[in-house]
Design a binder for this molecule. Structure first.
Ligand SMILES: *Cc1c(COP(=O)(O)O)cnc(C)c1O
Length: 362
């Protein structure tokens, strides 16, 4: 058997310890004589597991009691609609910060339900992308909410500070939830598809302040209501049970390793190492993001000689460094280094990048 270092952006690498535990529990979960996939979600066994997973997530992120945690399906993309459908009511305008492809998808969806005001947009200057300083954001004062994407998974652009806004702050944290310390108190809604840093595909976690819960009117489908899911503890219909269970294993693994602080520090070291190699070979590699907003989690870069990209990817794969191909819209290379990517994987990639630049650089 061989395990590679998987730098894919999502579905992404999971911790080997977690996969082994899931494997060992596959046929007989906790003496039930069946796999957890085969358990009814309303039974005592599943309920206990589900509650423990939520309790562990609350502990990891220090989520206050005034917030509900929802375990939903539909992916982060469904949240692009659920957010406006639930948060637009008397106010029908929302501020959106446009920093990349995922922001734009959220914006396109929100426009179907209300007015979108683009308060700030990333821009290209001297060949590098940057996000305007928060003081330069042109926020509409009387908006229902402010939506932003703290980490643009595709471009590798991150807003490192938490914006201070008058209206409720909504964040698509699909690629950063649990990878750094955040203060939940600053947010109205946090959502994340699980397949990047939390579990496998199929689960979406929503953390929402209870003041934002309200009843929705037809023709909005029942299942698009946050309040409905909150009232039913995410058991209105069948939740993605196996993904919920895997998330629970990941939360327990994180706690045992030292919680979010441990991973935040490790992710800082990991990203620093890769940016260092890129910056030390300016004639060979290039990352097109201003240092102030470089992502800690998704590190895209190009080879100055693009003809070498295919060879780079092939040779990397031979060295067990997999899924480094950049997003189909951008090309180049992208290393996604979520919590499950050990520092040894990033060290191996950094070594390979140095070797490759030396071998093929002029
Ligand atoms: C991956 C990703 C999405 C899309 O998630 P789905 O679960 O496929 O809908 C949305 N936003 C961000 C920031 C992402 O990284």
């Amino acid at each position: 058997m061989k395990r590679v270092f998987n730098f894919g952006a999502g579905p992404a690498m999971l911790p080997e310890e977690v996969l082994r535990q899931a494997q060992s529990e596959m046929l007989d979960w906790h003496g039930t004589g069946m796999s957890i996939m085969e358990l009814g979600h309303r039974g005592e066994h599943f309920k206990k597991m589900a509650e423990q997973a939520e309790a562990d997530l609350r502990e990891l992120m220090m989520i206050p009691d005034s917030y509900r945690v929802l375990f939903l399906s539909g992916g982060a993309s469904t949240q692009f609609a659920m957010v406006p459908l639930n948060l637009f009511h008397d106010k029908k305008i929302a501020n959106y910060i446009d920093t990349g492809i995922w922001s734009k998808k959220a914006i396109t969806e929100a426009k179907r339900y209300g007015q979108v005001h683009i308060a700030a947009q990333s821009y290209l200057e001297n060949g590098v992308w940057r996000v305007p300083e928060e003081s330069a954001w042109n926020l509409h004062a009387d908006a229902a909410y402010v939506h932003f994407t703290p980490n643009e998974t595709i471009e590798g652009i991150e807003i490192h500070a938490t914006p201070q806004t008058g209206s409720p702050l909504v964040a698509d944290m699909t690629s950063v939830m649990l990878s750094k310390i955040i203060d939940v108190n600053h947010y109205g809604v946090i959502y994340a598809g699980a397949q990047k840093n939390i579990s496998h595909a199929g689960l979406t976690i929503v953390i929402i302040h209870e003041d934002l819960l309200r009843e929705l009117m037809p023709p909005v489908p029942t299942l698009y209501s946050y309040q409905l899911h909150a009232d039913n503890h995410s058991f209105y219909n069948t939740p993605p049970t196996y993904a919920w269970y895997m998330a629970g294993l990941v939360f327990a693994w994180m706690k045992q390793k030292g919680g979010v602080t441990f991973f935040a520090e490790s992710n800082q070291r990991k990203s620093k190492l890769l940016y260092q190699v890129i910056d030390q070979h300016p004639a060979f590699y290039k990352n097109a993001i201003h240092p102030s907003c470089r992502s800690t989690i998704n590190i895209p870069f190009n080879l100055k000689n693009d003809d070498l990209t295919t060879l780079f990817l092939e040779e990397a794969a031979k060295n067990n460094l997999s899924n480094l191909k950049g997003h189909r819209l951008l090309g180049g290379v992208r290393a996604s280094i979520y919590n499950a990517m050990p520092e040894s994987g990033v060290l191996a990639l950094a070594d390979f990048m140095r070797y490759f630049a030396k071998k093929y650089g002029s």
